[in-house]
Design a protein around this ligand. Sequence first.
Ligand code: FAD
Length: 387
Amino acid sequence: MSQDQDSFDILVIGAGPAGSAAACWAAKQGARVGLIDKARFPRNKLCGGLFTGRSRTYYREIFGQDFDPSKAVTRDEISFFHDGTCLATLTDVPPFNLTMRVDLDATLYQHAIDAGAVDLTGQPIAQLTDNTVTFRDGHTVTARVLIGADGVNSITARHLFGAPFDKNTIGFGLEIEASTTEQSPEDQPLRIDFAAATWGYGWSFPKQGSTTVGVGGLLHPNPDMKGHFAAYLDTLNLDPDRTRYKGHYLPFGDFRTVPGRGHILLAGDAAGLVDPITGEGIAFAMKSGQLAAQAACEALSENTPETALPRYQRNLKDIHRNLKIARTLRRIIFAPRWQTAFTNTFRRSGTVRMQYMQLLAGEVEYPALAGAVLRRLPRYIVNRFRR
Ligand SMILES: Cc1cc2nc3c(=O)[nH]c(=O)nc-3n(C[C@H](O)[C@H](O)[C@H](O)COP(=O)(O)OP(=O)(O)OC[C@H]3O[C@@H](n4cnc5c(N)ncnc54)[C@H](O)[C@@H]3O)c2cc1C
C-alpha cells in the first residue's frame, strides 16, 4: 500500500452497529473512511437481538433503506412474568423484531462498505496512538479523526481514560441459544421476567431455529449471576448443557458524559450508550455512530479536527438527557424495596403495562414517560404496601 492509501480522514475502530453506522454516514458525506475490526464479518455478538421501532427508524435514516425483517422473527404479543407468575400478556402490540446479530451486523457492515468505507476488518490491532493504528502484521494507518466504536471493552476508551468502563457500575448478561426443534417459532413466547436478577431481568426471545434465553443486570449487586441464570433456566424448564453459557459486559446506565478527547470520539457501548432500564443498545449505537461521523465531517470540513468532540457532545445532548431520565426512573422499577409496588402496579394498571411495553419496543421517549410516572406516583406508593 502506498503512503496515500494508508491515510484517512476518519478511522472507525469497530464495525458493530455504532462503527458501521459511523463509517456509512461519513463515507456518504464524501470522507475517506477506514473501517477497522479485529473480526471478519459475519461474526457473532452476544445479544438478545431485539431490534426496536427506535432501531428501525435510525436504520432507515442512516443506511437509507428499510430494515429487512426476512431473517428476523416478528412478534406482536409479549408476556411479562415475576417469580414464575405471569403478570400480563399483551397482544396486538407494535411488532417486535428479533434478530440474530450475526446476520444484522453483517448487513450493517456491508452497507458501510457499499457506501465507500475501506475494508480494514479481520486485522487485530497491536497499538493505538492519537492518530495511528498499527496492526499486528506491522501495517500502520493514520487519520485526522478516530471514532472508537469498539464495544464495551473499548481499547480506544482505554487509550483515552485508562480503563474501558467502571467495574462498580457496569452491567453483565449471560445467554444461551436454546434449540427449538420441537416448536415452530410461532409457538415460542416472547417473554420478559422481572427480578430474574437484582437490578435486571430475564428474557426469552424466539429466533428462527432457536430461542435466546438470558439474564442480565448490574453486575455489582449480582455477584452470582450464574446462579440467577440457572434459576431462570429452571423456571423455563430448560436444562441445557450449562457449559454453553456465554457472558458479556453491558454498559447499564453509566454513560461517558465526555465521550472522547479532541479528535477522538467514542460511540455506542464504548461511550456507555445503553438504555439503563431495557438494556437496549443497538439503536443508540447506530445513532451515536451517525452523530460522531457528522461531528467529524463538520470538524474536518473546517480543518479543525480538534473541534470534533464539542460538536459531538452537542449532537448527543438528547440521548444523554433521555438516558439520565431513564437512570432515575429505573429506581422505582428495579430497586428491591420498590419491587412490590412495581409488580402490584404492573398487574393492576393497563396503562403502566402499555407504557412498559412501549419502552421495551423503543416507542416512547423518556420525558413523556417521566411525566406519566410522576402523575401515578401517589398510587404507586400505596401499591408498595398492598399484597
Ligand atoms: C447479553 C446482552 C443482551 C443484549 N440484548 C440486546 C437487545 O436485545 N437489544 C439491543 O438493542 N441491545 C442489546 N444489548 C446491547 C447491544 O448488544 C450493544 O449495546 C450493541 O452491540 C452496541 O453496539 P456497538 O457497535 O457499540 O458495539 P459492538 O456491537 O460490541 O461492536 C464492537 C465491535 O468492535 C470490535 N472490536 C472490539 N475490540 C476491538 C479491537 N481491539 N480492535 C478492533 N475491533 C475491535 C468487535 O469485534 C465488534 O465488532 C445486549 C447486550 C448484552 C451483553
